[in-house]
Design a protein around this ligand. Structure first.
Ligand code: SF4
Length: 392
């Protein structure tokens, strides 16, 4: 009894601090970093994946720009986009138009979908004080030129970042940054493993803020927080509840409201894997740094060592193979496909996922969310019914 109270105190303050960081749309943590680093620059990273090491190697702070969640009223962005579009594109623009991204000196977007590409162009036009870069990721990862092509693309972006930072980023700088982020990603992987093994000891509603804090903190500071969290969770003890083990897929870009994640857990699910904040834990293993050309190493890792994502087109494997493997390896009972409304990459994937799950006899449920959701009762009831149909 005494031990349980001490353990709860150890984990909860860390989660609470991370939750505060995750919800702070004014980016106070970035302002504070700038105050501690006079002349320092911060660069926003739109999801899904951004090679943050390039920014870090030039001495700047990479910052995740993940939309406005349910805290932002869309008053201006509607005029720049059509109606049938995902929430994150509009709320990110709204953040910009209301001055809440002013602390950022640059923004990086990527070739993940048409709305993200258009958003990059809208940023160029509306925010001339920011450097806006757009990374074209290779569309054919099976091509023998894919690594060479992406390395060249990274070198182009790195030159622009060096110019923004006013200093070069040497190969040694980049190797060091890769190692810093390797450590951070390894800690996230360890937390994910721990949750899969003992989900009763780490709720996803706790894990999510722990990871998300890393999108606004310097990676060294975030890694120290995660080490403390990992240690604290390892000491936790809890009795497993009568829940099903579920893999969540489909939320790799726009993020579901945290209340929705809690609702899924309260409805009787242990979420043993998910694809939230996927870009911040993008690689299945450490990115190697020993071959003398870290830019190429980073590009190779994108091509050969990344997790599955609907926006990363890898024709070397069937698009559903990773999901079936995950369900098997994690001994999951079911899949929740949780897609952002109007997210084309997710919805295109779902067509294939649905067929593959049906053929493999794996129960699943499809849910659609948007940032501005306030009522989660309907979804909770739907998932409760799904869980009960499996438990009883
Ligand atoms: S949520 Fe989907 S459609 Fe919207 S920007 Fe992200 S990947 Fe593109």
């Amino acid at each position: 009894m005494t031990i349980q109270i001490a353990e709860a105190v150890a984990v909860e303050p860390i989660v609470e601090r991370c939750r505060h960081l995750a919800e702070d749309l004014s980016l106070q943590a970035v302002e504070e970093w700038k105050a501690r680093h006079p002349g320092g620059r911060a660069v926003g990273c739109y999801p899904v994946y951004c090679p943050v090491e390039l920014i870090h190697a030039a001495g700047m702070l990479p910052v995740g720009v993940l939309g406005g969640g349910n805290q932002v009223e869309i008053a201006h962005a509607d005029a720049r986009f059509q109606s049938f579009i995902c929430s994150i594109v509009k709320s990110t623009l709204e953040l910009g138009l209301t001055g809440r991204l002013q602390v950022l000196d640059g923004m990086i977007f990527h070739s993940i979908c048409d709305p993200a590409r258009n958003l990059a162009s809208v940023f160029v036009r509306n925010f001339p004080h920011q450097v806006v870069e757009y990374i074209h990721f290779p569309q054919n990862l099976a091509s023998p030129r894919a690594v060479h092509y992406l390395a060249a693309e990274y070198r182009r972006v790195l030159a622009s970042l060096e110019s923004l930072a006013g200093r070069p980023a040497t190969a040694a700088d980049l190797s060091e940054s890769i190692q810093v982020y390797n450590r951070s990603r390894a800690l996230i992987r360890a937390l994910y493993r721990l949750r899969a093994q003992r989900p009763e000891c780490l709720a996803t509603a706790e894990l999510y803020p722990l990871v998300r804090a890393g999108t606004v903190l310097p990676p060294e500071e975030h890694a120290a927080l995660m080490e403390d969290a990992l240690h604290a969770v390892e000491q936790r003890a809890a009795r497993p509840k009568d829940r099903i083990r579920v893999v969540v897929e489909g939320s790799f870009c726009e993020q579901p409201p945290l209340e929705l994640v809690s609702a899924l857990e309260e409805a009787g699910c242990y979420l043993v894997d998910d694809d939230f904040l996927l870009g911040w834990r993008w690689f299945v293993d450490d990115v190697p740094v020993e071959d003398g050309d870290p830019v190429r190493g980073l590009a190779r890792a994108y091509v050969d060592g990344a997790v599955h994502c609907a926006t990363r087109h890898d024709l070397r494997l069937p698009k559903t193979a990773h999901l079936l493997e995950k369900v098997r390896d994690l001994q999951a009972d079911a899949v929740i496909f949780l897609a952002a409304k109007f997210c084309e990459p997710a919805l295109f994937d779902y067509v294939l996922v649905r067929r593959a799950l049906e053929e493999a006899g794996i129960p699943h449920v499809f849910l659609e969310f948007e940032e501005k959701m306030w009522n989660f009762e309907k979804m909770r009831t739907e998932v409760e019914t799904f869980v009960e149909s499996m438990l009883f």
